[in-house]
Structures are given as C-alpha cells and as structure tokens.
Write a protein that binds this ligand. Sequence first.
Ligand code: GDP
Length: 294
Amino acid sequence: MFENLQDKLNNAFRTLKGKDRISDINVAATTKEVRKALVDADVNFKVAKEITDRIREKAIDRKILISVEPGQMFVKIVQEELTELMGGNAEGINIKGDPAVILIAGLQGSGKTTFSGKLASLLKKQGRQVLLTACDVYRPAAIDQLKVLGEQIGVEVYSEPENKNAVSIAQNAVSHAKKSGKKIVIVDTAGRLAVDEVMMKEVEDIKTSVKPSEILFVVDSMTGQDAVNTAKTFNERLDFDGVVLTKLDGDARGGAALSIRQVVEKPIKYISTGEKMEALDSFYPDRMASRILG
Ligand code: GDP
C-alpha cells in the first residue's frame, strides 16, 4: 500500500535524517520534496500546498533547527499533518432506527456489493440481526452476486427480481425487516460507470423514502483524482456520512485516501483491502499515516 509515496517521502527525509544540525534551506528543500511526493501520489495540488505550508510553519514554531534531533522532529510533524489531513480521529457508523437503514452508494465496480457483504458479516459477528437488500434493478447479476455473498456469510438477502422500482424494493425490505425482527437493513444500490442523473435521482429517492441513519459512499482508491471528484458529486446530491475506500491492496497511489476528507469534509470510515469477506478494516488516520511513512 502506497509504496511509491513511502519511498518518495523517505527520500525527501534523507537530507535531514542523522544530522545534528540543519539549516532553514534544508527544511525548505525537504518540504518542497514532500509536496512533490504528495502531488505525485495524486493528492490535489491545493491540499498538498496547504499541508506543506503548515508543516513548514510548525517546523519554525517548534524551533527544529536548534533541536537535538531535527530530522526526527520533522518526520513527526509530517506524521501529525498527514493524520490531521485524513480526519484526525476514527469515526464509526450511525445505527439508529427500528430497523436502522444503511445506504450504500457509488459507481459500478467500485466495490459496493462486496462491501455490503463485508459490513453485514462484521455486524453479524457483533451479534446484530442484519438484512441485505439488492436494489440494483438494472443488473440481474448484481442480485445473484449479493445472494452468493449472503449465503456465504449466513445473512438473508431481500430481493424482488421482477420489480424495477428500487425505491419500492427498499421500502418493502424495511417492512420485511420489521416483520422478521431484523434490526439493520443494508441497502446495496445500483451504480453506473459514470455519474448520471437517473442514478443520482434514484439513490436520492431511496434516501428520502427509507431515511437511512448512515449513507456510505464507496469508492475505488485506484482511481486517484477521479475518486475525489466522484466523491464531491455524490456528496452534493446525497450529503453522505462517510467514505469507504476500496482496493487499497492494489497499487493505489494514495491520493484518494489523503485528499477525500479535506475535499468533501466527510470522514473515511472503512478501508477494503481485498475480495475476501474478512478484508475490511475500520479507518484510523494515525495508523494510516504511520503506514504511509513506513
Ligand atoms: P459494485 O459494482 O460497486 O457492486 O462492485 P463489486 O462489489 O461487484 O466489486 C467489483 C470488483 O472489485 C469485484 O470483482 C470485486 O471482487 C472486486 N473488489 C471489491 N473490493 C475489492 C478490494 O478491496 N480489493 C480488491 N482487490 N478487489 C475488490
């Protein structure tokens, strides 16, 4: 994960590490290299500039030039700023209502269905009664995919293959959950290859009709800047509560993880690191910053 960014940052730090004394010229040059490493990793230029400006200010405030281990202090400042950039504290999901509804949205192929299964499995392990709902009325294969996952993890999947109205399927799923004592309904929605009006309207209508206590936007981290732009569009329409970053096991450059929080002002809540049902983690900004710094 983020090996390239890790290498570049470590290279940037090399001029400072192990030195007893450094000059403000060293700090300025290193800060510039950090900025370049972030931009190369697909971090939005404005975000990269803001964070590196803050790093330099902190370096001056903490008088690192006259400190005992200036290199280490500098790395610590970068770690703090990366953590802050990714949201500071870890944030959980809201589970409220009877049943509570969790709406999953995102583009096709982003990993929504896989994530829906993973989340259901996680909640089931916590002893909760979960119902998965297949609301993709355009791709019959999506219903089958969710059914296979449901069977694998032992969670019921609600679907209506003949019904082409996603809103009514979601409503019926909620009624079914009430009758069958399920406390959480996870609604997996349809996704398109690009954002389009019909899809946006449909997912908005589902939101209005079943009033989810949590809306999670799922995005493929390998898509870099596009991930950030898609997040912005979905957020404007849905005002979602959190982000799920998928495919972090691939060679994502890291930009999405680092920029999304800043750009949409919503926390990343989960990261997905593989196709298996177990490959899901809560997102901890400080741990991710440590990983990036290696
Ligand atoms: P959806 O169209 O948004 O529902 O996306 P899917 O859940 O069908 O996922 C699309 C493809 O990505 C599938 O082949 C999944 O197995 C795969 N996938 C999903 N999440 C991950 C992940 O975190 N890592 C990897 N490597 N593959 C993933």
